[in-house]
Design a protein around this ligand. Structure first.
Ligand SMILES: [Mg+2]
Length: 412
C-alpha cells in the first residue's frame, strides 16, 4: 500500500473554516484528519502541500516514521502552523492504518479505557452573541436571557458549560480585547467595568444552573498575570470548574494557581511534548488542555501520559467539526486522567451531515463506537456544498463571517 495523494480541504464552519487533510492510497483507502485553526487556514493548507512530496509513494502505515520524517523537514519552523499541518496528516495516517487493520484508532493505543466521555457545552452564550441571528438561537438581551440559557444547558442533559466574557444587550457582545484592533488592546489590565460584568455573568449562570453544574470561564490571552489573578479571586465564591487562561510562561501560571482556590486550566496553544514539559513538570496548572488537531494523536497521547505521571488531569481542546470531536474522543478513550471533553453545541446545521456517521451525544456524554478508523469520514458532497472561502468573499481567516460589532474591546 502506497500513498497516492495528499490534500488539504476547507469547509465553511459558519464563523470559522474547518480544515481537513485527505490522504488517498493506491489501493483506494482514504484517511481523514482535521487540523482546523481559524487564524491560519491558508498557511496550514500551504504547509500540507509543502509536505506532500515527502509522503507520496510511501507506505502510510509506519506513522511514527513518517511523523519524524516530516518533523525533520519543518523543525526550523518548530510548532505553530507547520505542526498543525503535520498533525492533520498524522491523524489521516492513523485513520488509514486503523482502517487497513479493521479496528478503531483507539485500539492501536491500547484502548478503550471507557465507553463514553462527559462533555461540557463550550462557547455557551458566546456563539449566540456572535452568530445568534445566523443560527436562529434566542437573543441574549438581558441577564434573564443568560439565566434561561443556563437552564437550557441543564434541561438538555449537560452537567458543565464554558462561557467567555459575554455581555447581554442589543446586540449582545463578547469582550475580547485581544481580538479587537485599537489602542492598548493588549495591555491586559481588567477595568472595574469588566470585573463587574464577569461577576454578574458567572453569578447569573451559577444561580440558574445550581451548585452541581461545572462552570468555566475562558479568558484566552486577554489579561496579564495580575489581572487573571484578580478575576480568579473574584470567582472563588462560585466554585468554578475552572478559569481558563492562555499564557506562554509556566511560572506566571504557577503563580496564579498557588494564589487562589479557583482551579486553573491552560496550555491549549502548546504543541508537542517538548512544549508541555516545563508546564507539567512545574505543576503549573490544575488541568492541562490538549488540542488533538494541532498536536496529532501520538503527541497528544504522550502529553496526556506525562500529565498523568505529574498527577494532572487533561481535557481536550475541541471547538471543531465532528471529525475532531472523534479525534478528541479517541484520546479520552486511551488516557486514564481525563477531566472532561469540550464540544460546541450551538453550531452550523451542516455539522452533522458533514460526517458519514455523527457521534452519539446523549445525557451530556459523547459515546464511543467500534467502527474502524475514527468511526466516520467526511462526506465530500456536503463539504463541497459549503466551500470556504465562500464564493465572492475574500476568506479573511479570523472569525470569518462574524459581525465585527459583536466583538468589543470595551464592556458596555
Ligand atoms: Mg481556551
Amino acid at each position: 500500500m502506497r500513498i497516492a495523494r495528499v490534500e488539504a480541504l476547507h469547509c465553511d464552519g459558519g464563523w470559522r473554516p474547518w480544515t481537513f487533510v485527505r490522504i488517498e492510497t493506491d489501493n483506494g483507502l482514504v484517511g481523514w484528519g482535521e487540523c482546523s485553526d481559524n487564524r491560519s487556514p491558508h498557511g496550514i493548507a500551504g504547509c500540507v502541500r509543502d509536505l506532500a512530496d515527502l509522503l507520496v509513494g510511501q507506505d502510510p502505515r509506519p506513522v511514527e516514521r513518517l511523523y519524524w520524517d516530516m518533523l525533520r523537514r519543518v523543525r526550523q519552523n518548530s510548532g505553530g502552523v507547520s505542526h498543525k499541518a503535520m498533525a492533520g496528516i498524522e491523524l489521516a495516517l492513523w485513520d488509514i492504518k486503523a482502517k487497513a487493520l479493521g479496528v478503531p484508532v483507539y485500539e492501536l493505543f491500547g484502548g478503550p479505557l471507557r465507553d463514553r466521555m462527559r462533555l461540557y457545552w463550550s462557547h455557551c452564550g458566546t456563539t449566540r452573541a456572535r452568530m445568534g441571528t445566523f443560527l436562529g438561537t434566542p437573543p441574549l438581551k438581558t441577564y434573564d436571557d443568560i439565566a434561561a440559557l443556563g437552564r437550557e444547558v441543564v434541561a438538555r442533559g449537560f452537567t458543565a458549560l464554558k462561557t467567555n466574557m459575554v455581555i447581554p444587550g442589543e446586540p449582545a457582545t463578547v469582550y475580547f480585547p485581544g481580538f479587537a484592533s485599537g489602542i492598548n488592546t493588549t495591555d491586559g489590565a481588567p477595568t472595574v467595568e469588566i470585573l463587574d460584568a464577569i461577576d454578574r455573568l458567572i453569578g447569573t449562570f451559577r444561580a440558574a444552573v445550581g451548585p452541581k453544574v461545572g462552570l468555566c470561564l475562558d479568558l484566552n490571552y486577554n489579561f496579564r498575570t495580575e489581572g487573571v489573578l484578580r478575576i480568579a479571586k473574584l470567582l472563588e465564591r462560585y466554585d468554578m470548574q475552572w478559569v481558563e487562561y492562555d499564557n506562554w510562561d509556566p511560572d506566571a501560571l504557577l503563580q496564579i494557581k498557588q494564589s487562589t482556590s479557583t482551579r486553573l486550566a491552560s496550555c491549549e496553544s502548546l504543541v508537542t511534548l517538548r512544549q508541555y514539559r516545563p508546564f507539567l513538570e512545574r505543576h503549573a496548572v490544575d488541568v492541562a488542555i490538549i488540542d488533538v488537531p494541532w498536536n496529532g494523536f501520538s503527541q497528544a497521547v504522550q502529553i496526556g501520559r506525562l500529565a498523568e505521571a505529574c498527577e494532572i488531569n487533561v481535557a481536550p481542546h475541541n471547538y471543531y467539526s465532528h471529525l475532531a470531536d472523534l479525534h478528541s474522543l479517541h484520546l479520552c478513550a486511551v488516557l486514564p486522567n481525563v477531566r472532561i471533553m469540550e464540544i460546541d453545541i450551538d453550531d452550523v446545521p451542516w455539522k452533522g451531515p458533514l460526517v458519514t456517521k455523527p457521534p452519539l451525544i446523549r445525557d451530556g456524554h459523547i459515546w464511543l463506537s467500534d467502527a474502524p478508523g475514527w468511526g466516520a469520514d467526511i462526506d465530500e458532497r456536503v463539504l463541497r456544498e459549503h466551500p470556504w472561502p465562500r464564493p465572492g468573499e475574500g476568506g479573511a481567516p479570523l472569525f470569518y463571517g462574524m459581525d465585527p460589532g459583536h466583538m468589543t474591546a470595551r464592556p458596555r
